[in-house]
Ligand binder design. Structure first.
Ligand SMILES: Cc1ncc(COP(=O)(O)O)c(C=O)c1O
Length: 426
């Protein structure tokens, strides 16, 4: 009997001892990711008064998740398309999706697109696009320093750290003015090492709700180009600021119009309300078509061992909407309605705080834009509001304005009014 035979007869009869240690028994429990911990705590709270202002997702005036009508229509078209198949997509995704996504962000008459200087690849939503973008920089860019705004989206540091890049922060938000800390931003970027990558939120900054004005963007652009820094835009909320997709792309388009290079990441999670479909794109704008094409070939090498190719359904929905004029128009109307509801909720909250005579200047609530407002409430005040009023938000006081409605504004105002005396700053 050779050794393989001996093994097979002996080993198959060896009983597994369920009480023996797992080969993974050394694995420590990881701490819960803070925003998910907020969500879990909220879901376990039986109070009928509970208010969820935590996770960055849109809710209707009734507090319900939204499915856009135009998305429903697109899905019907897809279901009824008897020619549709479920073959693997190319590594870089659905070609039509890539083309239409780049038009959406750079504009239909973008010279960079016409000159084939842009490579756009479909990735797993904003998150996957950020991760591939960070990996591309780590592998193919000479400077490993990346500047991110302070504060920024809580997942941002992870992409660049995972890629092995060196993180630094630039000042962005001034808690005194509850607005942009423009001078400090210029100072920090002005002293960045040449070639450093600088991450910007294209619009609707998360978590603050504070964006630079167009004039400020222009000054930032000049500084970036003059110092040879590399801009990396994260565009997760196109349409949420002005209600207009073209207008909200302005910051990105300014940087592309000067002929310089940049990376742009897009997410359709928010503006098409496609969160779970994971629809997004990564674009690299290059100096010429040859570099763009070589960059794309390298993106394929990054994607292939990770997930091989992206999923088809969500991108197909986005294509159906973006390629059909009438459906595109319907999308923009529905998007604008979401944005308008956020604006009117801001106004209602602001007026209710004024009416209540809650001490402090609350005008930042109506000055901030997009989904979030950085309330200025301290960690202690947030904990108090959760404990006493069942109101949930991250410890930094970021409020998702979509979690609020005309009906729930009074409850939030009661809570803020009670929490404010705990602070000396308000
Ligand atoms: C600024 C920013 N970037 C990226 C993302 C990730 O978006 P996605 O859900 O498309 O991965 C988010 C999600 O909240 C975000 O706020």
């Amino acid at each position: 009997m050779d050794s393989r035979d001996a093994n097979s007869s002996e080993t198959t009869n060896v009983p597994v001892n369920p009480s023996s240690d797992s080969v993974f028994s050394h694995v420590p429990r990881a701490p819960e990711i803070p925003i998910y911990a907020v969500m879990t705590a909220c879901s376990k709270d039986p109070s009928p008064l509970k208010l969820n202002l935590g996770m960055g997702v849109y809710r209707t005036e009734d507090g319900k998740p939204l499915l856009l009508n135009v998305v429903r229509r697109a899905e019907e078209i897809l279901v009824n398309d008897r020619t549709a198949v479920k073959e693997y997509l190319p590594i870089t995704g659905l070609p039509e999706f890539n083309k239409l996504s780049s038009i959406l962000i750079f504009g239909a008459d973008s010279p960079a697109i016409k000159e084939n200087r842009v490579t756009t690849v479909q990735c797993l939503s904003g998150t996957g696009s950020l991760r591939i973008g960070a990996d591309f920089l780590a592998k193919h860019y000479h400077q490993d320093v990346v500047y991110i705004p302070e504060p920024t989206y809580s997942n941002h540091p992870n992409f660049f750290i995972a890629a092995g890049l060196t993180l630094r922060k630039y000042r962005y938000y001034n808690p005194q003015t509850q607005g942009l800390d423009f001078q400090c931003l210029l100072e920090d970027l002005g002293s960045a090492p040449s070639g450093a990558t600088v991450l910007f939120h294209a619009c609707a900054h998360n978590p603050t709700g504070v964006d630079p004005t167009l004039e400020q963007w222009e000054e930032i652009r000049r500084l970036i180009r003059c110092k040879g820094l590399f801009p990396f835009f994260d565009c997760a909320y196109q349409g949420f600021v002005s209600g207009n997709l073209e207008e909200d792309a302005h910051s990105v388009r300014m940087f592309v119009a000067d002929g310089g290079e940049c990376i742009v990441v897009q997410s359709f999670s928010k503006n098409m309300v496609l969160y779970g479909e994971r629809v997004g794109a990564l674009s690299i704008v290059c100096k010429n078509a040859d570099v763009a094409s070589r960059s794309e070939s390298q993106l394929k090498l990054l994607i292939r061992p990770m997930y091989s190719s992206p999923p088809i359904h969500g991108a197909a929905i986005a294509v159906s909407i973006m390629k059909n004029r009438e459906m595109y128009d319907e999308w923009t109307i529905e998007l604008k309605a979401m944005r308008n509801r956020l604006m009117s909720t801001r106004q209602q909250l602001y007026e209710a705080l004024l009416q209540r005579g809650t001490p402090g200047d609350w005008s930042h609530i109506i000055k901030h834009v997009g989904l979030f407002t950085y309330s200025g409430l301290s960690e202690e005040q947030v904990a108090f509001m959760t404990r006493e009023y069942h109101i949930y938000m991250p410890a930094n006081g970021r409020m998702n304005m979509a979690g609020l409605s005309l009906k729930t504004v009074p409850h939030l105002v009661d809570a803020i009014h009670a929490a404010v005396p705990m602070s000396t700053s308000k």
